[in-house]
Design a binder for this molecule. Structure first.
Ligand SMILES: [Zn+2]
Length: 240
């Protein structure tokens, strides 16, 4: 649950869907920032849930909002170019880029209309086709809304050199273990070396993942992402 404001108290951040109107208005007055976690429903090998990218993006956005302020929307599970068309793995719901662009545009336009001045589409699924689709949607919304900053970010931008971005490898699996303890089953993996073609994963072996590593990764992402957010807030001059 979002931090529930006492009577008369103004919350600094919250989950949009859990907030009553007065709480949204208080956040709009103090820091009109909206974070839109963008996820996917996509195969993440045998050990991790299909919704990993959504869980990761939601968790990072909530931690960032708790640090810098703003609202966090529910994660949009709309992956473009998932591992299904790429390598044939099942259980993915794959979206055309044009659909994701249009949805991103509609969400951004309406958030600007609601008074948000910084909107971040934060994607946990980041093949180039996904980034481009969201960037196209953001650009289309920004055309008539120059008073707002609309940007596309991903955890890829903030991991630095300490942790390598992957697909269902040790990095993503650690995020999942940190944000949703108990949701990963490493014993479901076959007892051999893992590969993209056979197992649908990339990067370091997920058997090296841990919730503690996920916590460290989040700190690393937060340090850089909050600096970028603070700079954007200063540039837009929007904090009350
Ligand atoms: Zn992923």
């Amino acid at each position: 649950m979002s931090p529930s404001p006492e009577k008369g108290e103004s919350p600094r951040w919250g989950r949009y869907g859990e907030l009553r109107p007065k709480a949204i208005e208080a956040i709009l007055d103090s820091c009109p920032v909206a974070l839109v976690p963008w996820g996917a429903l996509e195969w993440h090998s045998l050990h991790a849930p299909i919704g990993l990218d959504s869980v990761k993006a939601q968790g990072i956005c909530e931690a960032l909002a708790a640090r810098c302020g703003g609202v966090v929307l529910p994660a949009i599970p709309m992956g473009v170019n998932t591992i299904k068309p790429f390598k044939g793995f099942p259980h993915c719901i794959d979206f055309p880029a044009t659909v994701a662009s249009r949805v991103a545009e509609v969400i951004c336009r309406q958030l600007v209309d609601e008074g948000f001045r910084i909107i971040i589409l934060f994607t946990g699924h980041y093949p180039p086709e996904q980034i481009e689709a969201l960037a196209n949607g953001a650009r289309a919304a920004a055309v008539d809304h120059l008073e707002a900053a609309i940007e596309v970010w991903s955890d890829l931008d903030f991991l630095g050199s300490d942790f390598k971005a992957d697909h269902a490898g040790a990095t993503e699996t650690s995020f999942q273990m940190h944000f949703a303890p108990g949701s990963v089953d490493l014993s479901a993996l076959p007892d051999r070396e893992l590969s993209l073609d056979e197992d649908g994963l990339t990067g370091e072996d997920p058997r090296r993942a841990s919730g503690e590593r996920g916590r460290q990764q989040l700190e690393c992402v937060l340090e850089r992402a909050s600096a970028r957010m603070e700079a954007l807030i200063r540039k837009m001059d929007i904090r009350a």
